[in-house]
Design a protein around this ligand. Sequence first.
Ligand SMILES: Cc1cc2nc3c(=O)[nH]c(=O)nc-3n(C[C@H](O)[C@H](O)[C@H](O)COP(=O)(O)O)c2cc1C
Ligand code: SF4
Length: 393
Amino acid sequence: MEKSRKGPIIFSTIKPFAGLKESLKIGRSEVLDQVRNSNIRGRGGAGFPTGVKWNLTATATDNKKYVICNADEGEPGTFKDRVLLGEYAKLVFEGMVICAFAVGADEGILYLRGEYISFLPELDKTLNQMRKDNLLGENILSKKGFNFDIKIRLGVGAYVCGEETSLIESLEGHRGEPRNKPPFPTNTGFNGHPTVINNVETFAAIAHVVLKGATWFKSFGTDKSSGSKLISVSGDCRKPGVYEIPFGTTLKKVLKMVDAKDTKAVQVGGASGTCVSKKDFKRMIAFEDLSTGGSIIIFNQKRNLLDVAENFLNFFAEESCGQCTPCREGIPVLIEKLKKIKNIKATKGDIEDIFSLAETMQLASKCGLGQTASDALISILNSFKKEYTLAKS
Ligand SMILES: Cc1cc2nc3c(=O)[nH]c(=O)nc-3n(C[C@H](O)[C@H](O)[C@H](O)COP(=O)(O)O)c2cc1C
Ligand code: SF4
């Protein structure tokens, strides 16, 4: 069922699989050029340039290559991939097929968040129809030698399995724990073969890039963040939901769009993101300013931000894989110190300890979970000093 969502790119209409047909017409190197020239960056959070990623896999020498779509969507407050999988699955799969053509892969996997199991029958139906229409399988759309198919694998609810190397470990049947990088998946990915892993939204944008061109795509957004972003807005507002905005849109504008009143703070980027205060609502959603995989959580004046920080830290304590010391041991210490702050027992020295521990965690943790687990707390301590009172040391 297609809903009437509006947006400049993803939620604009193009004919299903017109982007794939165009790709086959212009050839793989031109597809790679268009993707690179569009400056599109990954929509899953880290913002790595997609063109660079695809080129690395395309030029890796191996007879076997994979394309994986990361549909784990575990970041608290993010639910935009859910909308894409439910309403725009063809567009997502089309992006995967275009990628396979460009990099020379013959197998694709959609790694689907376990909680999204209800989408499985419909997604399978779409894949079966694509097989019947020769959009998957052998000699796709009569292109001799272009063979590619997609299967779906379910995650089982671990947040860390959204991290790309952890996701690969999980797909290989191991514990979902992040690997050391390098080597990167573009070279040594699933089963040791070159693998492109992209977010659902990244793949959904690709057909538009190929069909309408890099220049058109770059006409949206900012110099450093081309195109648009899907955001999932929740919390204290009257119109929560999934919106498509051009990069460069200010928080102020977002708050107006979703009819938020009396806003005290906005958490941008989920539990691993930044808590922004009113004086910074003029800041914009963009990789060079407020970067987000899509999560925007709004808090009004009644919310206690120390509770918010504690909630996020408890989430990370639960989800840490425990592999490395700064993350495994650091998060509980942050929780302990935060409790002291809440009980007005923390001294200036405790605050200094928090900042120093956060820095160590950022520098020494193995993956993004531990590197960003302290970000919300640090931004709250920095930007919302009125939320807490220190004990006399
Ligand atoms: C703890 C953790 C969880 C992550 N979860 C997701 C996720 O649910 N979906 C996603 O696309 N990327 C997630 N990522 C980012 C992936 O590692 C990877 O950068 C991304 O899938 C690449 O796709 P993109 O370049 O299209 O953004 C996560 C990263 C970390 C560190
Ligand atoms: S940072 Fe945390 S989640 Fe990531 S590998 Fe280390 S212990 Fe595991």
